[in-house]
Design a protein around this ligand. Structure first.
Ligand SMILES: [Zn+2]
Ligand SMILES: [Zn+2]
Length: 629
């Protein structure tokens, strides 16, 4: 860009000759100085009647700028008529002069305008969340990032001076529902809209929950006695177990569900989607009337689809009597993921669907990868749902429980999927998420959050920025580390949605682990910052956990190829390996915090069951056979 010498009026009012470029200079406006050399040069202004969201936005801005500069900007209500440079949060009185109310009306609840005019900087949302996201826009421009919750996940550059030239941006989100994360500050700074803090107003509200809401709509303990007929008939008796399904064919059930939904709609403000989906598990009703609703000779993911659609439609038909336009979010999962075959059965006009990208499909590869057969099926059923309703949401597994705390390198999948989801008109997604093993998949969640806000983001550039900011001098080897992991999964000829005991060994091969260790060693040598060293230590621990887990898988697999005493000895060795890993993780919780919880080794969860099975095999009872089936 051509540099010009221009005459600028600086904040103090004196005239100065400075080299400048860009629009601000050409318009003759000096930079808007908020903080300079340890001194506050601006005031944060909140509306006199600030709501909790506007107050939150102001407090967060004040705290983040203080961390960045050591300076705490004063904050006043707009009646105080602040002088000088002002940061206007939401709908203050002077905001209207910068962003006229008519312009704000077009933004929707979550859109925003960040505009500098003269000595005012307006951060104005269409609704309360727009204002919070407008503040996040400033963070973005100042180089602050939150890769994962907590101090180690935060990158706030130290600055002496905070100033802006010309600034005029208008943004709205790419997706209505962006449910990633469980930490209010992380979620909002990354512009997602699942808000766990109930002091804040509702953002995007799915009530009474994203999934398995049968247990809230028709609680077993409440209905079991007066209405046993509402619950599944199993082995000739109405089930007494809380996790059983409903008797979908019962004629009185739809009105009862709709009545409970109506009550919620009256009591809970701002519900976007009222949701209905059955319990987990396979306790399906066996009564003749329910069976009549099913379709014969359909794939597994369609087995109970028709009885579900019949119930969903009946409930929607009841609900619309009081709430004619209320969207009802219904579940598509496991044995009812695909809509029914029956061409006569159309979804009620008020149905929206959340489709679970569950086991049976693939997360190693993008949904739109034509060489991935499980996802071809998934995409086929997504298209089928889109012929029933324009309101399609996804339930994703960017954190996967049965991947047992291992690193989950599916950034390549998410980077391809989310822009693709936008192109086919998906309205949003929820992903499973836990802090228990966040160090193995925080990058997946971070990229997902950013893309859900703006699906056009340049992901390679976003990742390069991440390596630089997060690992500093160790960026180059850590980029190789993450890329090696991603490539291994992206190139996998096995299609899988998780399931560590079955798939860990072919992902975490000895060759890959060797490469990862080389990268980590080099990164440790180069790291010149204590925070960076702590981050690398977490990643290294996660890698060693994966190495030991996949060692166990290899030992078990090799032993199962043997027979007799050799198999016995091999399995004992495998058992020892996995038990020592379990014991260490459960004992040293502090060290493993955020890396592995050991959770899946407890109770009746998958690794506890796997260890029990191994114990039986090594006790001699199951070790006589030949090759594994
Ligand atoms: Zn039934
Ligand atoms: Zn695949």
């Amino acid at each position: 860009m051509r540099l010009r010498m221009v005459c600028l009026r600086v904040a103090a009012g004196a005239m100065a000759l400075v080299a400048a470029s860009g629009a601000a200079a050409s318009r003759g406006e000096p930079p808007l100085l908020l903080i300079d050399s340890g001194a506050a040069r601006a005031t944060i202004v909140v509306p006199q009647q600030a709501g909790p969201a506007e107050q939150y936005a102001a407090n967060d801005l004040q705290a983040v700028l203080e961390k960045m500069t050591g300076v705490r900007l004063p904050s006043v209500a707009d009646a105080a008529a602040a002088e000088g440079t002002r940061i206007l949060i939401g709908g203050t009185r002077p905001t209207d002069a910068v962003v006229p109310p008519l312009e704000r009306k077009d933004l929707g609840e979550e859109g925003y305008i960040v505009r500098r005019r003269g000595r005012d900087l307006a951060l104005a949302g269409g609704g309360p969340y727009g204002t919070i996201y407008a503040v996040a826009e400033l963070y973005d421009r100042l180089g602050a990032r939150w890769y994962l919750p907590g101090e180690l996940g935060e990158v706030i550059p130290r600055r002496q001076r905070v100033s802006f030239d010309r600034l005029d941006v208008r943004r709205t989100p790419s997706f209505a529902m962006r449910w990633v994360g469980t930490d209010t500050a992380w979620n909002l700074r990354n512009r997602t809209n699942r808000v766990p803090d109930d002091r804040l107003p509702p953002a995007f509200v799915v009530h009474p929950g994203i999934y398995h809401t049968q247990t809230v709509l028709i609680p077993h303990r409440e209905y079991d006695r007066p209405h046993p007929e509402f619950f599944a008939l199993i082995d000739g008796r109405r089930s007494r177990a809380g996790e059983c399904k409903l008797c979908n064919s019962n004629p009185d059930l739809p009105a009862e569900i709709a009545r409970n939904m109506s009550r919620m709609l009256r009591e809970v403000p701002g519900i976007d989607l009222i949701s209905l989906s059955p319990t987990d598990g396979q306790a399906w009703c066996e009564c003749p009337e329910c069976r009549k609703l099913d379709e014969p000779d359909v794939p597994r993911d369609q087995r109970y689809s028709r009885r579900q659609m019949v119930l969903y439609n009946r409930v929607a038909g009841e609900l619309e009597k009081e709430f004619p336009d209320q969207l009802m979010l219904v579940g598509a999962y496991n044995v009812y993921t695909c809509p029914p075959k029956d061409p006569e059965l159309r979804a009620h006009r008020n149905l929206a669907v959340v489709i679970c990208h569950y086991d049976g499909y693939c997360l190693a590869h993008p949904v739109n990868d034509p060489s991935c057969e499980p996802n071809r099926r998934y995409l086929e059923l997504v298209r089928a749902w889109q012929r029933h309703t324009p309101h399609v949401y996804f339930y994703e597994y960017y954190s996967k429980m049965n991947w047992v705390d291992l690193p989950w390198p599916i950034v390549h999948t998410v980077a391809a999927d989310i822009p693709f989801f936008k192109s086919i008109g998906i309205e949003g997604l929820f992903t499973q998420y836990t802090l228990e093993h966040i160090w193995g998949n925080f990058l997946v969640h971070y990229v997902a959050a950013r893309l859900l806000w703006d699906h056009t983001l340049d992901v390679p550039a976003l990742l390069d920025e991440f390596y630089r900011k997060f690992y500093g001098a160790a960026a180059a080897p850590m980029k190789r580390y993450h890329e090696a992991l991603e490539t291994q999964v992206a190139r996998s000829s096995v299609h899988f949605p998780g399931n560590a005991p079955a798939n860990a060994a072919h992902v975490f091969t000895e060759a890959l682990l060797g490469e990862l260790r080389t990268c980590l060693n080099e990164a440790n040598r180069l790291a010149d910052d204590d925070l960076v060293r702590q981050r690398i230590a977490k990643i290294a621990l996660s890698t060693e956990y994966a190495a030991r887990f996949s060692d166990y898988c290899r030992l078990r697999n090799a032993a199962m190829e043997l027979a007799g005493k050799d198999r016995q000895a091999g399995l004992q060795n495998a058992l020892k390996t996995i038990e020592s890993l379990r014991d260490e993780v459960l004992k040293d919780r502090q060290r493993y915090a955020g890396v592995a919880s050991g959770h899946y080794f407890t109770g009746r969860l998958m690794m506890a069951r796997e260890i029990d099975k191994l114990r039986t095999l090594t006790s001699g009872k199951g070790a006589t056979g030949g090759k594994r089936k």
